[in-house]
Design a binder for this molecule. Structure first.
Ligand code: SAH
Ligand code: SF4
Ligand code: F3S
Length: 478
């Protein structure tokens, strides 16, 4: 019998990306092989996102496109999983008749049983049950995703769900209540990843600051301190932090833990106290600014990025001006901004005073224009400095080149501690050339700044640093 093949397409945040990695590991354990395109697959997964209407539209348009494949191969199994699946359950069948399987965000541990059931008795299945047995949670989380092509940087889920119920947000409805993973399991997962060659981990949770609080297991800063001691691990990142829970302890960790990257993503959403209160964010503009000051006191070059929502119901022109003035006060390194989108079941969906689409569009444009100059200023400030870069691999430019032996040579890409992308070359003829590879830490002299990236040059052989890298990566250097 021909080996069964599956394809997985992921929409949404890192949570979904990470879930997809585990689904993929589980499927391989069930004897399936992953392929990089939907054509020729026996089973297609779409991991869905419900955060804004646009994401949901993307889901239904992809599912719609699969109708042709199903027509050609009626045995093809199409599975919708993730956040839209959790929320819409069997309503998905009404919108797209050719979907066979709907799997919510708590169902993945039951996937081996569900696949078996499909093979035995071909029928449509909807599983959006939020109750998981400890066994099912383990089945899912114990999937080793490090086996193949571990890469330089990986995500590690430390908690699931969210209890905050911000007025605009669908996440608590589709991801359920907040639950923290056992610290021992997290540590052991990271150790396995590091043993497989991973150099950086990003700890994932909707609100990492409240890690372990409910369970009374360990605080987030305690967890960070333990992870910081894992030998071979170079860098730790985390996302996302809620400003109301950003404790002094965590702020202090940026000064204390050498592997903790100097970057925090701290979504603010609005600069207006009136809007923040209507959003149910439970902090004020002054509190946020105070946290930024505390972070910069401990770590002056910390990079601070954020999310804004424009056009939240009732947001006036004055409120929006407060957002712009907040941006001027804080000077974020970079940011995401989204036009408010009504989500079913959320409190904000029931609020009156909806802001017209044209005003949202105008405000988001103004906001990005304002930020462009700030971002560029931040990037330009790094020109002339030396930055420690964790090398991801070859730059896009070099990947496209067919011949890299020219005078330009190879260009590498990586990230600074502050999470800024750096493309760099090694100074011609330098023995340093030998120590650049994915996973290496290289000190790069920054020469140029663009809107979203930096360009630099790795200096000629620097014996001290060379030796340090050689020691750290003796396993990888020939
Ligand atoms: N847990 C994280 C982020 C979750 S969603 C946090 O609390 O920050 C990522 C971002 O999407 C949010 O920060 C918010 O800016 C945006 N977002 C969430 N719901 C939205 C909605 N209904 N409309 C527009 N943007 C939204
Ligand atoms: Fe959504 Fe708020 Fe939870 Fe973030 S903290 S996931 S914005 S409810
Ligand atoms: Fe989207 Fe679900 Fe993440 S709604 S943003 S994929 S938690």
């Amino acid at each position: 019998m021909r080996e069964k093949r599956f394809y997985i397409n992921t929409i949404g945040c890192q949570m979904n990306v990470h879930d997809s990695e585990r689904i993929s590991a589980l499927m391989q354990r069930c004897g399936y092989r992953q392929i990089p395109f939907p054509e020729g697959a026996d089973l297609i997964f779409l991991n869905t996102c419900a955060i804004r209407e646009k994401a949901e539209q993307k889901v239904f348009s992809f599912l719609g496109r699969l109708a042709a494949l199903k027509k050609r191969n009626p045995d093809l199994i199409i599975a919708a999983c993730g956040c839209v699946a959790q929320q819409e359950a069997d309503r998905i069948f009404e919108r797209t008749a050719h979907v066979d399987l709907v799997l919510g965000t708590h169902s993945y541990g039951r996937l081996p049983k569900i696949i078996e059931e499909i093979h035995r008795n071909r029928r449509r299945i909807v599983d959006v049950d939020v109750g998981e047995s400890i066994e099912e949670i383990r089945t899912f989380f114990s999937q080793k995703t490090a086996d193949k092509a571990p890469g330089v940087s990986r995500f590690v889920t430390i908690m699931q769900g969210c209890d905050n119920f911000c007025a605009y947000c669908v996440v608590p409805f589709v991801r359920g209540r907040e639950r923290s993973r056992d610290p021992e399991e997290i540590i052991s997962e990271i150790q396995d990843l590091v043993a497989a060659g991973v150099r950086e981990v990003t700890l994932l949770g909707q609100n990492v600051n409240s890690y372990g609080k409910k369970e009374g297991i360990s605080s987030f800063s305690e967890l960070l301190a333990r992870i910081n001691t894992i030998e071979g691990l170079e860098r730790i990142r985390f996302t996302t932090s809620h400003p109301k829970d950003l404790s002094d302890d965590l702020v202090a960790a940026f000064g204390r833990l050498d592997k903790l990257c100097r970057h925090i993503h701290l979504p603010v959403q609005s600069g207006s106290d009136r809007v923040l209160s209507r959003m149910h964010r439970r902090y004020t503009r002054a509190h946020y600014i105070d946290r930024v000051k505390a972070l910069r006191l401990v770590c002056p070059d910390i990079s601070i990025t954020t999310d804004f929502i424009v056009g939240f119901p009732g947001e006036s022109e004055d409120d929006f001006q407060e957002t712009l003035s907040m941006m001027a006060v804080v000077e974020f390194d970079s940011l995401f901004a989204f036009k408010y989108s009504d989500r079913k079941g959320t409190r904000a969906a029931g609020l009156m005073e909806k802001v017209p689409e044209s005003i949202k569009t105008e405000r988001v444009k103004t906001l990005f224009k304002f930020q462009r100059d700030v971002t560029l200023k931040k990037y330009r400030a790094l020109v002339g400095t030396f930055q420690e870069v964790l090398v991801d691999g070859l730059s896009k430019k070099t990947q496209k080149q067919t011949d890299s032996s020219g005078p330009e040579g190879i260009q590498w890409t990586g990230r600074t501690l502050g999470n800024k992308i750096v493309n760099f070359r090694v100074k011609g003829g330098s023995p340093f050339q030998d120590v650049v590879y994915p996973g290496a830490l290289v000190r790069v002299h920054i020469k140029q700044a663009f809107a979203n990236s930096l360009v630099g040059e790795a200096p000629e052989c620097r014996p001290g640093r060379f030796e340090e890298i050689r020691r750290k990566h003796s396993c990888c250097i020939k």
